[in-house]
Ligand binder design. Structure first.
Ligand SMILES: [Zn+2]
Length: 425
């Protein structure tokens, strides 16, 4: 029975002599056993607890039977426990252990202290620990050359940050998607063309950098996966994206979004849902217009330089309106509007595929009602300083909004400045 964990040894006599311990936990391997392990009858030799560290691989042994003053297990779920020995007067503070393994270890420890029922337990032979057992698990890895990229071996299980740059990867390796603790993944400067629909086991990702690859699309399912609640930084700069799926607006934890150097012509209609967004860089794209909801944002830094924002002469000073459909909406239109307005719940299984797709392309009128075939659309010049503290690029860009009905059309004509004075909610 061995347990890998951090251990801090605290001598309880030191404070009474006015001294302090060093107080730094070491990666250790703990073992419970007797010399020679279990013998046939399990009767011989005292049971010891052995603590091995990288400096002391042969380990220090503590007798168990009758020598444990107390075991503190309140934080065992967090992988922590403290063993208070009688002799020597020391506390063995355990942390960063696997909670399940720690619980098993403590139950064997209890038997060891009582010195009973040890026949069925597999005890250690108390041989010195190997280097791997006392090494701190690797949490960070950087690979900058193709020759360093592991071909068959697994990535270290406890990896929290992985950077693989310039290795010509064509997809995200399933071994990477199996890393449960991964928080930052940087796969910039590769040749990745497609992304998976779900992040596998890597559900705690906070940072995903995929700049300078060959991506042509961002899978909508990936935006709707668990990443939508965790991902704060998404870097898609320098790819071949022609559009962003509307589902990206569901990734409401995003603080930082980089989509510079792509071929985007506009942003999704409900882009303003990304309420937490603070840094947005979309320079060197082909955007001609921004969605109306862009005005709902409040950001620290925005870069929209190198785009194609233009306002025709008649649009430059005031709003420009254009009829886009007939006065009376179709049955499909009325039903779809009602589903969105009443927030009727539906899943992909409930509806034919084309209807599901149709519903995902909802547009919102300035009156906050949903529409799919808007009665009209209108463009207005928008002062970008209103949404960005620091602005790079044009100070003004056209925003395009939709009008659901003749009523909204006439309202807007009567008072063209009203809708964008107050924020749409
Ligand atoms: Zn309306």
């Amino acid at each position: 029975m061995r347990l890998s964990c951090d251990v801090e040894l605290k001598n309880r006599l030191l404070p009474s002599h006015g001294m302090k311990g060093k107080g730094r936990p070491l990666r250790c391997s703990l073992a419970i056993g007797r010399r020679g392990g279990n013998s046939g009858n399990g009767q011989e030799g005292a049971v010891f607890l052995m603590v091995c560290s990288a400096k002391d691989k042969t380990g220090t042994k503590y007798k168990l039977k009758g020598n444990m003053e107390q075991v503190f297990t309140r934080f065992v779920q967090e992988g922590k426990a403290t063993l208070r020995l009688k002799e020597p007067e020391q506390d063995i503070c355990i942390s960063k252990a696997d909670p399940l393994q720690l619980k098993n270890f403590l139950s064997v420890l209890k038997l060891g202290c009582q010195g009973s029922k040890l026949e069925k337990v597999h005890l250690s032979t108390l041989t010195p620990a190997t280097s791997a057992q006392v090494e701190r698990p690797k949490t960070k890895m950087v690979i900058l050359q193709r020759s360093d990229y592991p071909i068959r071996e697994r990535f270290p299980k406890g990896l929290e940050s992985l950077r693989v740059n310039g290795c010509s990867l064509s997809r995200i390796d399933s071994r990477i998607l199996g890393l449960k603790h991964l928080r930052a993944l940087d796969l910039s400067k590769n040749r990745i063309r497609t992304l998976p629909d779900d992040p596998g086991q890597s559900t705690a990702l906070v940072e995903l950098k995929l700049a300078d690859n060959l991506l042509e699309r961002l899978p909508p399912a990936l935006c709707l996966s668990s990443l939508r609640n965790t991902l704060q930084f998404l870097d898609l700069a320098g790819n071949n994206l022609k559009f962003l799926p509307p589902q990206i607006c569901e990734m409401t934890s995003l603080l930082r979004l980089h989509v510079a150097n792509n071929q985007l012509t506009t942003l999704p209609e409900n882009f303003g849902r990304l309420e937490k967004l603070r840094f947005f860089s979309a320079q060197e794209n082909q955007m001609v217009v921004l969605p109306f909801s862009f005005m709902d944002l409040s950001m620290d830094e925005v870069d929209l330089s190198g785009n194609c924002f233009q306002l025709a002469e008649q649009e430059a000073s005031a709003s420009h309106m254009q009829r886009t459909s007939e006065e009376f909406p179709t049955l499909l239109e009325v039903t779809a509007r009602s589903i969105k307005k009443q927030r009727v719940p539906y899943t992909e299984e409930d509806l034919p595929r084309h209807l599901h797709h149709h519903l995902s392309r909802v547009k919102w009128c300035v009156c906050s009602n949903p529409c799919f075939q808007p009665y009209a659309k209108h463009r207005v010049p928008f002062n970008l300083h209103r949404v960005a503290h620091t602005l790079v690029g044009p100070t003004s860009a056209p925003v395009e909004g939709f009008l659901c009905s003749a009523f909204c059309w006439s309202n807007l004509q009567a008072n063209p400045n009203a809708p964008w004075k107050c924020k749409r909610k």
